[in-house]
Design a protein around this ligand. Structure first.
Ligand code: CP
Length: 307
């Protein structure tokens, strides 16, 4: 059976632990894995812009002896022909595929029509590679996630969904300190599942920062709307509503927080995060970016071994 990673619940807690252990081993001993994907081809399909996802997957394939090919919706035939036919052709050239799409439904349609593993490179609902990569970074900087306290500051979105699902599965408590949720990202089933084990909470009380081990944030406005004139009023409204939730040094100091600072990037300096938080001694932001590659390398090896 072909294994895909379209959403975080596609992997059990045990499988996530296996992938995290593999990522740690691969990162520690790169020479041992130089030919792990020798002769394999990854197609990287994008409907939206990216820095980290594109570079980390392509650099990851180079590191493992394989090859990554970039395919953009705007400069290919994928948006013109029927998706299922394009996918049935694309898979003839590749061993594994990653796709960043606007809609989760597009990923589901792709997976239904392909026999090679498909990895979600971020859609409106989930960003599973980010959730697992962030788990890897937190484990490296704090040990086992069991019993750790993680605060998400700002807007609940696709990245926080993946963080909640993966980290509560691994035993961490995740508190969303948020005034509102991105309507396009809300997943009630995921929230109910996370609530069952008592490791998920929502609040507007910033005192949750006091004993947090890690604090995360992300953009208040989805990247495809950030410069869209039609979204200008909503962007202004969100900036007013979310500014009290900006991740900055003064806020952490006010609550006596020693939390390690995390942001999946791109950062919007002066909005969801301040310069003094990005450059803070507790900042793990650039380790986070690097770990996208290490976790994705492990995900690709694991999916190919288990399909
Ligand atoms: N965090 C993340 O996915 O970055 P990019 O949008 O640059 O790929």
């Amino acid at each position: 059976m072909t294994r895909h990673l379209l959403k975080d619940s596609d992997l059990t807690a045990e499988e996530k632990r296996e992938i995290l252990q593999l990522a740690l081993k691969m990162k520690k001993n790169p020479d041992k894995y130089r030919e792990a994907l020798k002769g394999k081809t990854l197609i990287m399909y994008f409907e939206k812009t990216s820095t980290r996802t594109r570079l980390s997957f392509e650099a990851g394939m180079t590191r493992l002896g394989g090859h990554g090919i970039f395919l953009d919706k705007r400069t290919s035939q994928v948006g013109i022909s029927e998706l299922k036919d394009e996918i049935r052709a694309i898979e003839r050239y590749a061993d594994i595929m990653m796709a960043r799409t606007r809609k989760h439904a597009t990923l589901k349609e792709m997976a239904e029509n392909m026999k090679i593993p498909l990895i979600n490179g971020c859609c409106e609902r989930y960003h599973p590679c980010q959730g697992l990569g962030d788990a890897l970074t937190m484990i490296e900087h704090g040990g086992d996630l069991k019993g750790k306290k993680i605060v998400w500051l700002g807007i609940a979105n696709n990245v926080s969904n993946s963080l909640v699902q993966t980290c509560t599965q691994l035993g961490a408590k995740v508190t969303l300190c948020i005034p509102e949720k991105d309507p396009g990202a809300v997943d009630k089933d995921m929230e109910d599942e996370a609530r069952k084990n008592g490791l998920y909470a929502e609040t507007q009380d910033m005192s949750c920062l006091k004993d947090a081990d890690f604090v995360h944030t992300d953009t208040w406005v989805n990247m495809e709307f950030i410069n869209d004139p039609k979204f200008a009023d909503e962007k202004e409204r969100r900036i007013k509503a979310f500014m009290p939730y900006q991740l900055n040094k003064a806020l952490l100091d006010k609550h006596g927080s020693k939390a390690k600072i995390m942001h999946c990037m791109p950062c919007h300096v002066g909005y969801e995060i301040s310069r003094d938080a990005i450059d803070h001694p507790n900042s793990l932001i650039f380790d986070q970016a690097e770990n996208r590659m290490h976790i994705q390398n492990a995900i690709m090896v694991w999916l190919l071994q288990n399909s």
